[in-house]
Design a protein around this ligand. Structure first.
Ligand SMILES: Cc1cc2nc3c(=O)[nH]c(=O)nc-3n(C[C@H](O)[C@H](O)[C@H](O)COP(=O)(O)OP(=O)(O)OC[C@H]3O[C@@H](n4cnc5c(N)ncnc54)[C@H](O)[C@@H]3O)c2cc1C
Length: 456
């Protein structure tokens, strides 16, 4: 019996890919570590915390419902494995674990639609209790109907910054302010590209206007300086620089995020080639226009291939599944040409977003020596600089070997981007020559007791 086609990720990309395969008469296995389909944008609440879609997903409510209906209609036509995490991968097999057992899932073809995660530039004191990633703050709201605090400050960059602040304001939090890092004057130069995003661009403006209408201050072009703790050791305030002015805002929770980074470790474990994307300032698995990776029978889709948002995720999910069909001798999906055109058309908007919401790399590279960068191994910016200076090395995996940066539970998924910036500037080399932290299994922490169940 030949192994099945496997899709990793039940977000917009994975669901769209599954739909195309089912239409062609193929029964794929769909794996997702989340309990329900929807991915990040359409993350579903806990069963006892259900709320109306309009309240949960705002302007995206209709799309969320369509996505859930699509997932529900596929359930009898696919082998859906929710609550199941892929922690290792090799050619033809995935190592997976769920609450019942650990097992090896074979595949004949694989579509990786594993989405994205927060990218954060640390700031002095960011490890204080009460500091969350922007995405984490949104997960608390969507999945758990919880706020991360009552007086919440939002800081960073990227479209999610304004969206999550707006969602918190609607949910009853006191949003202290929104502090956007970066340089707004250069951002306006990219207005024509941003306007090509039409409805998405207008929504961004709406969130900003709605925040201002509630009296919430928005400061753009700020530099974050330090998270300050109260007597209880929790976050109590954030100091920042705005032009020549130094300011402090008090809060009891802080959400920080500087855009997203592709969850590309599975492609890495399987041996796919990567290239450095200067626009997104991150390493991405290489793929042709239809999502074929550099490994035969391995396809990429959605934010895990390149961070381009949920509309493009859905399109690239369908395109990757169509490429798989063609390679297996089936006819291409009838919407292929249209989907390709739509992806092409979205490129201008994406370039505008990449330029308007830039990762604060200069700030990352100039972090004070005492700032913690790698939380798992408790390593500071100074320790990483010292490892570069003492060894004379500038390749990130070499530096990892010297000082253990990125060797802990997060596997460099959080500290990797800032470590690369620190190495590049300390070693005086271009960022792309630093490379990326190679993925290692287990990709995420897996309890040994769960793995042991697979052996018994
Ligand atoms: C925290 C967060 C919140 C976001 N919120 C919004 C929002 O509100 N609005 C918006 O427009 N965009 C949002 N985005 C952007 C969002 O990523 C895209 O809009 C869209 O969801 C991308 O679709 P996708 O199918 O590529 O990936 P996703 O929707 O991210 O789906 C990927 C799926 O893969 C699963 N997965 C990943 N790794 C593994 C693994 N190892 N094993 C098993 N399963 C795995 C995940 O559980 C997830 O369900 C958010 C992104 C993040 C990171």
């Amino acid at each position: 019996m030949t192994a099945p086609v496997v899709i990793i990720g039940a977000g917009p990309a994975g669901i769209a890919a599954a739909g195309v395969l089912v239409e062609a008469g193929i029964r794929p296995v769909l794996i997702d570590e989340a309990p329900k389909a929807g991915g990040q944008i359409f993350r579903q609440p806990q069963p006892d915390l259900l709320r109306p879609p309009k309240q949960l997903y705002g302007f995206d409510a209709a799309r969320a419902i369509a996505n859930f209906n699509a997932a529900a209609s596929l359930e009898s036509e696919i082998d859906y494995l929710p609550n199941t995490q892929v922690w290792g991968a090799a050619h033809g097999m995935l190592h997976v674990v769920n609450a019942d057992k650990a097992f090896v899932q074979p595949w004949s073809s694989l579509i990786i639609a594993s989405g994205a995660m927060d990218r954060i530039c640390p700031v002095k004191g960011w490890t204080a209790p009460g500091v969350y990633s922007l995405g984490g703050a949104q997960v608390a709201l969507k999945a758990d109907a919880s706020l991360i605090g009552r007086r919440v400050l939002f800081a960073g960059t990227g479209p999610l910054l304004y969206l999550v602040a707006y969602q918190y304001a609607l949910a009853g939090a006191r949003v202290v302010a929104v502090l956007e890092t970066g340089r707004p004057r250069s951002a306006w130069r990219h207005l024509p590209s941003l306007m090509s995003g039409k409805a998405t661009f207008v929504r961004g403006l709406y969130y900003m206007a709605a925040l201002r209408a509630r009296g919430i201050a928005i400061h753009q072009g700020v530099e974050l300086v330090e998270v300050m703790r109260g007597a209880d050791e929790k976050v109590a305030a954030l100091s920042f620089r705005h032009g020549r002015r130094d300011a402090i805002l008090s809060c009891n929770a802080l959400a920080i995020g500087h855009g997203l980074k592709a969850e590309s470790q599975i492609a890495d474990l399987i041996g796919a080639e990567f290239s450095f994307d200067a626009g997104q300032r991150q390493w991405l698995p290489r793929a042709d226009l239809d999502g074929r990776s550099t490994i035969p029978n391995v396809y990429l889709a959605g934010d895990g291939m390149s961070v381009r948002g949920s509309d493009v995720a859905e399109l690239t999910g369908r395109i990757a599944a169509s490429a798989l069909l063609v390679d297996a001798g089936y006819a291409a999906h009838p919407r292929l040409s249209r989907d390709r055109r739509l992806v092409e058309r979205s490129a201008r908007f994406r370039r505008g977003l990449d330029k308007a919401f830039v990762y604060p790399h200069a700030q990352a590279a100039s972090l004070p020596d005492e700032v913690t960068v790698c939380r798992c191994e408790e390593l500071t910016a100074g320790a990483i600089r010292q490892a570069v200076l003492a060894s004379g090395e500038t390749e990130i995996n070499r530096i990892k070997a010297f000082c253990r940066v990125g060797m802990g539970r997060c596997q460099g998924r959080i500290c990797g981007p800032v470590t690369a910036e620190l190495i590049a500037v300390t070693g005086g080399v271009p960022i792309e020559s630093v490379g990326r932290i190679r993925a290692q299994a287990p990709l995420k922490p897996v309890p040994l007791s769960e793995l042991a169940k697979g052996l018994s």
